[in-house]
Design a protein around this ligand. Structure first.
Ligand code: ATP
Ligand code: MG
Length: 569
């Protein structure tokens, strides 16, 4: 079923439109179950953050802010073989870039001693035991969704025996995987997570923070709730796949008699055309399909940052899609529109020609240069205007000219007229072609009475096109990014195939473009609208001599759409 997220969401302005998590919070605060809203964002440092994480960040930090509470950043670092400091650093940078400040920073590994003590407590209470089954046997004893599991042959060891064995596990007396510590719950439970789940496994691996201090590591379930508890978290918000873990979360807190947060689950964000699992992204990076985690085509926050997306637009998008209880797919266009909407308000307009053809104004005095006043952003009167050089030799977009064109082609055609943005109305008189028949020059005259801003001629033309003065224009490199995958759902592949086959071979096109002179000095990270083309940002690959621009997102292309639908004439 395609469930609209909108129906399960709402803004936070009116009480009636609160989403289910806000309602749960209101109810727990009203009943006195909790005294405040203390949340956390708990990434595992095994990769870079992606757009799905942004949703969780906005939700956790957003709720804390809304209810005047706090939100922690906690690294869920219980899996030493996959975790790295590089990821820890990138995650901090990304959370800050999105615009959030954590109240305190924690690592689950800081709780390893406490977790160990608590494990001994469960053993003493008779609630945990050391099991000698190996991973495969443990799986086999666990049963299936339709069949109950079987008790481990080691389930009835005495607390004393278990304590000695557990200490020996910690002291490195056994080989990796030879034993595990398991909670003693119910091998017949319909919830597989309650069939004596593993709490500790033996694993000789160097941890990015605790080094070689431990050769036993706690599992996610044995770590998460207790970490929440230690930090005084009240609402432990996570995604739906943990719904079936909630009874275990509750069981551990109850058996330990510690502060007991409330776990609430919501649906993961899924966007059409994206593949955001870390496993997939890691493969794209490792096998060189992209230039790195921050490749502007990646759905990572560092990729979007480099691509030129603004934190505001990502936050607005997360708020707008709302919080849902059911999985659904959001159209990627909604994220792109959020970026357009924000940049339309803040990005200054500039002129750039990506695919140039020369246009000569035959009645322009030879060598004359005039400065035209161009408005920086019609959406933002504060942004003022700038002066751009105009001359008799211009470059325009090849696509803005047709020798013969249908009626609704409101750009330049032979015998037709068009306005040059911040310039004059011109009339096309002729074209020059090379031997191959390719147009090399467009010959026009200008109408001196029609200067933009001073035009009292009464002449009207349907179209306005952009241009740069050939002599003054600067060359830059422009990287035109398109979607990384062509499929709506790149994770869907037939037997024997992989998502790599859905990669879009044209996801990156590099061109040399000509821009108005000021742009050659733009700083890395500066965002502009190239008039009529889209939004662009200066990439970090820029050097002193050469600016590199990434296309953030195109504008909505009305002509292209009309032509595609066959409505052009
Ligand atoms: P992935 O499968 O991409 O690795 P993960 O859930 O394993 O994701 P974690 O680092 O464990 O990644 O996640 C940190 C937090 O972000 C968790 O609370 C998780 O539920 C949440 N999160 C991860 N992916 C999404 C998503 N697509 N939408 C919303 N929240 C997400
Ligand atoms: Mg994970």
């Amino acid at each position: 079923m395609f469930m609209s997220e909108k129906s399960a969401s709402g803004g936070s302005d009116a009480p009636s439109s609160k989403h289910f998590i806000q309602q749960a919070i209101d109810s727990d605060l009203a009943s006195g179950r909790f005294e405040g809203v203390f949340t956390r964002f708990p990434p595992e440092p095994n990769g870079y953050l992606h757009i799905g994480h942004a949703k969780s960040i906005c939700l956790n930090f957003g709720l804390a802010k809304e209810y005047d509470g706090t939100c922690n950043l906690r690294f869920d670092d219980t899996n030493p073989t996959k975790e790295e400091v590089e990821y820890v650093d990138s995650i901090k940078e990304d959370v800050e870039w999105l615009g959030f400040k954590w109240d305190s920073l924690h690592f689950a590994s800081d709780y390893f001693d406490q977790l160990y003590q608590w494990a001994e407590k469960l053993i003493e209470q008779g609630d945990a035991y050391v099991c000698d089954l190996n991973a495969e046997e443990t799986r086999e004893y666990r049963g299936t969704l339709t069949e109950p599991g079987r008790n481990s042959p080691h389930r009835d060891r005495t607390p004393q025996e278990n304590l000695e064995l557990f200490r020996a596990m910690r002291d490195g007396k056994f080989a990796d995987g030879a034993k595990s510590l398991r909670a003693k719950i119910d091998m017949a439970s319909p919830n597989i997570n309650l069939r004596d789940p593993v709490m500790y496994r033996i694993l000789r691996a160097t941890h990015h923070r605790t080094g070689d201090k431990w050769c036993i590591y706690p599992t996610y379930d044995w770590t998460h709730g207790q970490s929440d508890s230690l930090e005084g978290i009240t609402f432990s918000i996570c995604t739906l796949e943990f719904e079936n873990h909630r009874p275990l979360y509750d069981w551990y807190c109850e058996k330990l008699g510690i502060h007991h947060p409330r776990q609430i689950e919501f649906a993961k964000l899924k966007l059409s055309t994206l593949l955001i699992g870390k496993r997939h992204m890691l493969r794209l990076v490792k096998e060189g399909f992209v230039s790195g985690w921050d490749d502007p085509r990646m759905p990572t926050l560092s990729g979007y940052r480099r691509r030129g997306y603004t934190p505001e637009s990502i936050r607005n998008f997360c708020t707008e899609v709302g919080v849902a209880k059911f999985n659904s797919t959001i159209d990627i266009v909604r994220l792109e529109n959020s970026v357009r909407e924000h940049l339309n308000r803040v990005a200054p307009r500039r002129m750039a020609v990506l695919d140039p053809v020369k246009l000569t104004i035959t009645n322009w005095p030879k060598g004359k240069v005039e400065y035209s006043e161009a408005i920086n952003n019609p959406e933002d009167p504060e942004s003022g205007s700038r002066q751009i050089p105009f001359s008799g030799e211009l470059l325009i977009e090849r696509d803005d000219f047709r020798e013969e064109a249908p009626r609704k082609f409101f750009r330049l055609k032979k015998g037709g007229s068009v306005r040059l943005r911040a310039g004059y109305i011109i009339d096309c008189v002729d074209v020059v072609k090379d031997d191959a028949g390719e147009i090399t020059e467009i010959l026009c005259t200008y109408d001196p009475e029609t200067k933009s801003g001073e035009d009292n001629s009464g002449r009207k033309v349907k179209g306005t096109i952009h241009w740069v003065s050939q002599e003054h224009a600067k060359q830059v490199e422009v990287r035109l990014y398109d979607r990384l995958f062509t499929a709506e759902d790149p994770s869907k592949v037939e037997e024997g195939h992989t998502f790599v086959e859905h990669l879009n071979p044209n996801s990156l096109t590099t061109v040399t473009a000509f821009v108005e002179p000021e742009l050659a000095k733009a700083d890395v990270g500066e965002r502009v609208q190239f008039e009529r083309l889209g939004y662009f940002v200066v990439d970090q690959d820029s050097t002193g001599e050469k600016r590199v621009f990434n296309r953030i997102v195109s504008l909505r292309d009305t002509w292209g759409k009309m032509e595609a639908k066959g409505k052009a004439d």
